[in-house]
Design a protein around this ligand. Sequence first.
Ligand code: ZN
Ligand code: ZN
Length: 267
Amino acid sequence: MKWDYHVHLEQGPYRTEWLRKFLAAAREAGIDEIGFSEHAYRFRQTESFWPKSWGLKAEEDADNYVSFICTLKKEGYPVKLGVEIDFAPGSETLIDDFISTYPWDYVIGAVHFIDDWGFDRPDQAHLWLEQNILETYRRYLALFREAAQTKLFDIMAHPDVIKVFGYRPPTSLRPEYESCAETLLEAGLSFEINTAGLRKPVREIYPGPEFIKPLAEANIPAIISSDAHRPEDVGADFPLAYQYAREHGLRQLVRFNNRRRQPMPLD
Ligand SMILES: [Zn+2]
Ligand SMILES: [Zn+2]
């Protein structure tokens, strides 16, 4: 049994024909279940959550998205209802209220911004040239931990997405990665092994070897995801990701249903 819980429908409409393309691609890739995880910032209901300076566009309706997926679930399609939520310090209560409005199977937390900088956005990549890279990594990892500590989320997304454009810190960040693992353990969260990094300039899975080690040592449950934004990327590089997880001593994967975590052995 394989499942991919980080998939975005955003490049098409909330229509069955579009979603069926993802299911067909999943079947081809040997994936039995898809969880959709639209970005919460796309929904009008969240418009006030994030700084205007982030330039996010809230043009969709969360009610439409949720009822679309829930209807398909009722009809027996192998789909799950998820959402990917940007962490913004100070918006915890708003995010909490939004989460409790809908019957999510799981909620993914993510850090894509440091202050007003969308560090993983191609149109803002030039700003990397003005940064102290070590400091930027430290600030990102501090936000990652802060997000996990809120316990608003079930899964932390792409743990070292900060490396997306290939800028690497000059020294090891192992102590910081260990602190992240401790935080996930204390908060009872899972983390993603996300293959999208292989399709980005960095060409490396998230999290990289130095980060996955402390996570595996702390026995944090993982979920393997593609972060697909188009049907052909569903389940992308899953065989490689499963092998990577095993090689690093990971023993447990998880599925979710109605925000309850179901452990699945990785053998
Ligand atoms: Zn993301
Ligand atoms: Zn995503």
